[in-house]
Design a protein around this ligand. Sequence first.
Ligand code: ADP
Ligand code: MG
Length: 380
Amino acid sequence: MSTGPGLGRPDRAAETPDEQPSGRDENAQPPSAGGTQGSAGQGTMPSGHAMWGNTTSGTAENVGYVPTNTGAQPPEPRKGRKQGESELVREALKDAKVSHETSATGVRTVPGRGDREWPRPDKCRVITIANQKGGVGKTTSSVNLAASLALHGAQVLVVDLDPQGNASTALGVEHHAEVPSIYEVLIEDMPLGDIVVPAPEIPNLYCAPATLNLAGAEIELVSKVARESRLRRALDSYEIEKFDYVLIDCPPSLGLLTVNALVGGDELLIPIQCEYYALEGLGQLIRTVDLVKAHLNPKLKVSTILLTMYDARTRLAAQVAEDVRSHFGDVVLNTVIPRSVRVSEAPSYGQSVITYDPGSSGALAYREAASEMAHGGTVQ
Ligand SMILES: Nc1ncnc2c1ncn2[C@@H]1O[C@H](COP(=O)(O)OP(=O)(O)O)[C@@H](O)[C@H]1O
Ligand SMILES: [Mg+2]
């Protein structure tokens, strides 16, 4: 796949101090085919990542750890207000019924896998990544979580459901108008298997691309039979069990494309940008989820909230993070994604930040968040 100038090697001189890479990038290498050992119970978790902005990200201690099979690092004890008492979030969630269900997906450790591999779920986890607000990190999170999971041994499919095709771009997958895409699947009943292509940079990672044609789908879907369930039907008639994870990247709206993603998914991951306005509209999203749950997809649960673009220099970011945690509790991942230049540069090279600059704070944080997702809900 062609990349932009610089061929994916970042210019170290341009880095901010907190993004100095460790110089160790072995974790970014794909696991060897048919690896060798089980991964359960080995090694230690990196320290102090509950609030990424406060940690020494990018240091060797954060690279190359071997995840245990005992679940994600327990959350830091919560200080201050009790869950649900936050003013900011309470305002944002007016009238919304919030489920506090946690993800309890069973995981199995796969014998005969390399020690850098994470446990894989018993059955395919279909995770919808949605937030009707634009620019909160949906696509960035879809791509980088998917890349991290794939590089640790999982088979991962990213379904790009945004007409802008940003996830397809970031994965280095072609998505010009002639490419068979998710549009043909939703509107013309093309089998999903006919459009899925491998992401060229990362083994085990696949993409169902989106083209600009999808922009018309919101309207065209209106008159279709089972208009809200067309993605679910496509997934059901595809062998998704060959994947460990299907991540669905949604457009910034609550239209029929997002509803299709909510009906198609078992879990919802909501990225929340650590800024005040990021909380606006959260109530509407939760209410939509409740409606979908009541009428179309009872399995759907808000399993994960990921705090993105955290700027450790601002008090507001910490306040938003604290409020979201106090309201949503354990579904909020401990790992917070910092604002990082590398994260925003990577897509222009057709890459995830995980391959673009594996030692950068953004790459380390996304890997850590993916590890929490892979290890979360471990049933012993
Ligand atoms: N952690 C981050 N640090 C810096 N820039 C980021 C980060 N996450 C996302 N961005 C940038 O913010 C913009 C919006 O992110 P994106 O993932 O496209 O949001 P969405 O899909 O929700 O619209 C993009 O330009 C992206 O590169
Ligand atoms: Mg997007």
